[in-house]
Write a protein that binds this ligand. Structure first.
Ligand code: PLP
Length: 499
């Protein structure tokens, strides 16, 4: 064990400090705090010098895996490109210091950004309007489904309480539908991995609110029958919901609005450059076709002759200076409020910068390179990994474990860590028992992909020679194979809990 692998509590020596602060001139600063809430003894914190603190945190950060330290081929929820300049832009003081309760006349620039980004997303997706209020993909799904329900209710069409979701869908789709009070009806996939239109037809009747689809779907395949599916679902009075969390392969090429979708969400924290993971901030803006605009949630930003305004912000007094009104006429029909204020501004800012920086021509390339990379890896590995669906994929694809069957997908994933690669998504989608879902994204060079391919081939060879190398992996990480159930149920979160 290296010296600095020790816990910071073990480095602690009584009386050692790493700072010197001026003495506190406000002697009575704890006076207002009730005695029962005050500590009787100082907190048992580690006492270490400055250098030890710095080394402690730096070493900890290097025990972690990140997109800045290595290749991260995690299908479906991949960290796509997160340009560093976007972080700089998001940290500009004028943006950082904004308060959501500022009068509109003092935040015209920020409101203009909402407005311009909305127009850009409408152009990219073929939707009529967007709301930025939802703070994640799943949150966007719920919002979109609330809009769907409002639409049917506004027409007195109250029998529509069921929603169709393909068996290949992302888990959040049926979950959001259930949260929205809809009953989920599953539609099967064909052996080619696409929605089975013959299985869909008998499901369509007056109880169907709509269908939720991802295209390209979770297997990375483009749903070629989408035109027919759209006319069938519309024909029965339902709406089409598009899960655009991973829309990058289609950017600038195909638009959900043109495919016949009525409502959709995007994950700005996947497709439009905000780093995600660890529950960080996200944005799941929801776009709708023109006839659904009145059902969008509030508040919303509108453009007037005298600049930009926020409509439908409940509890917001009119601005004394510009007198902006707080409510809008459409509020009665609106899906209501789905978050505090207008969503995660910093995430919107990064998406805006990303779109402007790439421009129309290069947004198209992002999707094409992502698809090219995925197909390259797929073709180079399909002799040693089982490829259940042979067709050309978009940005991601799925293997069904090792061709030899000599070790499990979990073993392959663990062994990859020894070579400094993050594991792909495993055991999802649920269509295959040994699913291994790979998405390289548009950022990876051919050399990085070749290195990954070589390691994947080596792992397949190891499995045939001596599967225990895989079964005991990882061999080089600070923590090897935790008991996954115990690690989740009884996590060791503080020093004293260590056995
Ligand atoms: C990530 C993802 C979601 C959910 O997004 P969150 O922001 O994690 O809630 C939904 N659908 C698909 C296809 C996804 O990849």
């Amino acid at each position: 064990m290296k010296y600095y692998d020790k816990l910071i509590f073990e480095l602690s020596r009584k009386g050692r400090t790493g700072y010197s602060l001026p003495s506190n001139p406000w002697k009575a600063s704890t006076d207002g705090i009730p005695a029962a809430l005050r500590r009787s003894a100082p907190a048992p914190l580690p006492e270490v010098g400055e250098v030890d603190v710095v080394r402690h945190y730096t070493n900890l950060s290097q025990m972690n895996f990140g997109v800045d330290t290595g290749f991260y081929p995690l299908g479906s929820c991949t960290m796509k490109y997160n340009p560093k300049i976007n972080e700089e832009i998001a940290s500009i003081r004028g943006f950082q210091g904004l308060h959501p309760l500022q009068p509109s006349c003092t935040v015209q620039g920020a409101l203009e950004l909402y407005y311009d980004l909305e127009n850009a997303l409408c152009a990219i997706t073929g939707m009529h309007r967007f709301t930025f209020n939802p703070c994640a993909g799943a949150h966007g799904e719920l919002t979109g489904l609330m809009i769907m329900r409002k639409y049917h209710a506004s027409r007195g069409d109250t029998a529509r309480t069921r929603i169709i979701v393909p068996d290949s869908a992302h888990g959040t789709n049926p979950a959001s539908a259930a949260v929205c009070g809809l009953e989920v009806v599953e539609v099967k996939s064909t052996p080619e991995g696409l929605v089975d239109v013959n299985d869909l037809k008998p499901l369509l009747d007056g109880t169907i609110a709509g269908i939720m689809m991802t295209n390209p779907n979770t297997l990375g395949l483009f749903e070629k029958e989408i035109g027919e599916i759209a006319s069938l679902v519309h024909g029965c009075g339902g709406l089409l919901y598009y899960d655009g969390a991973n829309m990058n392969p289609l950017l600038g090429t195909v638009r959900p609005g043109d495919m016949g979708f009525d409502i959709m969400h995007l994950n700005l924290h996947k497709t439009f450059s905000t780093p995600h993971g660890g529950g960080g901030p996200g944005a799941g803006p929801v776009g709708v076709a023109e006839r659904l605009e009145p059902f969008l949630p509030v508040p919303k930003v509108v453009k007037t002759d005298n600049g930009f305004r926020v409509l439908g912000r409940p509890g917001m007094p009119p601005c004394p200076k510009c007198g902006n009104p707080k409510g809008s006429k459409g509020c009665e029909e609106s899906a209501g409020e789905v978050s505090g204020f207008l969503g995660n501004f910093g995430v919107l800012l990064r998406a805006y910068a990303y779109i402007l920086m790439l421009g129309k021509e290069n947004l198209v390339l992002a999707g094409k390179y992502a698809s090219l990379g995925a197909n390259y890896i797929k073709e180079c590995l399909k002799d040693c990994y089982k490829l259940p669906i042979l067709s050309v994929c978009k940005h991601e694809f799925v293997f069904d474990g090792l061709a030899s069957g000599k070790a499990t997908t979990l073993d392959v994933a663990k062994r990859l860590l020894d070579f400094g690669f993050h594991a792909p998504t495993i055991y999802f989608p649920l269509l295959f028992h040994q699913a291994l879902m790979i998405e390289p994204t548009e950022t990876e060079s051919k050399e990085t992909m070749d290195a990954f391919i070589e390691v994947m081939r080596q792992i397949a060879a190891e499995a045939e020679e001596d599967a225990s190398i895989l079964q005991e992996a990882p061999h080089t990480t600070p923590v090897r194979r935790p008991d996954e159930t115990r690690a989740a149920r009884q996590p060791v979160l503080k020093y004293g809990d260590l056995a």
